[in-house]
Design a protein around this ligand. Structure first.
Ligand SMILES: Cc1cc2nc3c(=O)[nH]c(=O)nc-3n(C[C@H](O)[C@H](O)[C@H](O)COP(=O)(O)OP(=O)(O)OC[C@H]3O[C@@H](n4cnc5c(N)ncnc54)[C@H](O)[C@@H]3O)c2cc1C
Ligand code: SF4
Ligand code: SF4
Length: 416
């Protein structure tokens, strides 16, 4: 029996599983469809529960090399990890313990082993981008849909000859004994929900988009600005449960959006002194110790309104007029705001369904379903198939890391 493990998804969960299996001597193939590891956490600035900068979040507390920062982990240097970014699962065949998986890779336009991140190509063409200073592998990425005249110039002038604009994709077939689904979540784009106006005005954004604005590595250095014109955003209205707990979209509670909305409200109220924040909610679900985030927000002057948003109307000065029904006062209230932030449902990654189906396994609202549904946090989803992190449903980082470790322990137990 072959002993390699395939991990699909290199977010916090997949990376943790890969590093810990590799440390135990197990060969792992870690695949991500994006050009960098990190998943959703790459864009999140500060992390609850500790408010550490996400780049320094202690996801794997005791591991040398990744104690300080999981983006600077040993991933690319660990000989037991074969990291395949920019790669997709094309086909899964075989049987439990003896899977044969075809992976489509690339095209690799920028060779990460050669790129020194000097930035010259970015000055020549908009098609080149540095996704994050913490990206792994450490390299710029190229988007062929943005190709312009400067791209060819960049290819010719790259000091380390790292660019190949004629690169083509390739496929490889690997034999693995176990598969770990760590495909994470996707933030729903609520384009069909007229009451929120998402997609009709640039100042109507989701929480993930707000996190990117607040990130000090962003274009504006983390200043709270309106996407429409870059002017400071002085008035922010957030609305909870957009598409979650809604029979027309997702009937489940997305579990962590109350906490990250409060985290963002606190960052704005505590660090961006001139802006005020209001939050429209149905229920505030601050599980575990997160009640403290709610208390902090109250102390910092964040306003809470129990009710629903009824309509959004843009004004000529790029502010938005929002009508809210306050269910405690039984009144309609009007707000004029610079940013309208939607706590949108966390849904399964579109492609994870295909992978789960290819393995003939069950789902729960599109997420991977544990075999033992009675045990919360169970990670076994099939024979020699496991899932961890947000692939199992909306999850915070500490839970994702704990589940990844449970996967590692199950795989190691099987081999004893
Ligand atoms: C706005 C916001 C704020 C948050 N703030 C916090 C916080 O402060 N603290 C906290 O603990 N948590 C926070 N979270 C939650 C945190 O993002 C998740 O816990 C974490 O991202 C889960 O990691 P993961 O590896 O399971 O999934 P993901 O981060 O979603 O990573 C999944 C990876 O799988 C890859 N992938 C998906 N499908 C495929 C495929 N078919 N083939 C190959 N690769 C694939 C993706 O590209 C991605 O890299 C926040 C979430 C949001 C939306
Ligand atoms: S010019 Fe070459 S080495 Fe410099 S950042 Fe671009 S690809 Fe990397
Ligand atoms: S966590 Fe809060 S905002 Fe998210 S779905 Fe549940 S109640 Fe709604």
């Amino acid at each position: 029996m072959t002993s390699s493990v395939l991990i699909i998804g290199a977010g916090v969960a997949g990376m943790t599983a890969a590093v810990e299996l590799a440390d135990s001597g197990v060969k792992t193939i870690l695949v991500d469809r994006l050009p960098t590891v990190g998943g959703n956490a790459l864009d999140l600035y500060k992390a609850f529960p500790t408010d550490d900068c996400f780049y320094c979040f202690e996801g794997n507390r005791w591991r040398p090399g990744i104690r300080k920062c999981f983006y600077r982990s040993a991933l690319t240097d660990q000989p037991n990890i074969d990291l395949l970014v920019d790669s997709q699962i094309e086909e899964i065949k075989g049987s439990p313990g003896k899977f044969s998986v075809t992976i489509r890779k690339g095209p690799v336009y920028v060779d990460p082993r050669k790129c020194t991140m000097c930035g010259l190509c970015i000055t020549h063409s908009k098609a080149f981008k540095l996704l994050s200073p913490q990206c792994q592998p450490q390299a710029v990425v190229y988007d062929p849909s943005m190709a312009d005249e400067g791209a060819k110039k960049a290819e010719n002038e790259c000091p380390s000859r790292a660019i190949n604009l004629s690169a083509e994709g390739s496929t490889q077939t690997v034999s693995v004994s176990d598969i770990v689904v760590a495909t994470g979540f996707h933030e729903m784009q609520p384009v069909n929900m007229d009451e929120y106006g998402y997609g009709t005005h640039p100042n109507i954004i989701t929480q993930l988009e707000l996190a990117k604005i607040l990130d000090p590595n962003a274009e504006n250095g983390g200043a709270l600005v309106r996407p429409s014109d870059g002017k400071p955003a002085k008035r922010v209205l957030m609305v909870q449960c957009v598409g979650s707990r809604d029979e027309n979209y997702y009937p489940y509670c997305s579990k962590i959006c109350c906490v990250f909305a409060l985290k963002h409200a606190n960052i704005i109220a505590e660090e961006r002194g001139e802006a005020s924040v209001s939050v429209v909610y149905m229920d505030l679900r601050t599980y575990d110790t997160y009640e403290d985030y709610y208390r902090r927000a109250r102390r910092a002057g964040v306003e809470f309104i129990r009710g629903r948003t009824m309509s959004v109307k843009p004004n000529t000065d790029d502010t938005l007029e929002i009508t809210v029904y306050d269910s405690l006062l039984d009144k309609y209230l009007k707000f004029s705001v610079d940013l309208f932030v939607l706590s949108s449902a966390l849904e399964p990654q579109p492609d994870s369904n295909r992978i789960i189906k290819a393995l003939g396994l069950g789902q729960s609202s599109g997420f991977a379903a544990p075999l033992d549904t009675a045990t919360h946090g169970e990670v076994v989803i099939g024979e020699h198939v496991y899932a961890c992190g947000a692939a199992l449903g909306p999850a915070e980082v500490p839970d994702s890391v704990t589940q990844a470790r449970a996967v590692v322990s199950k795989i190691l137990q099987e081999r004893m």
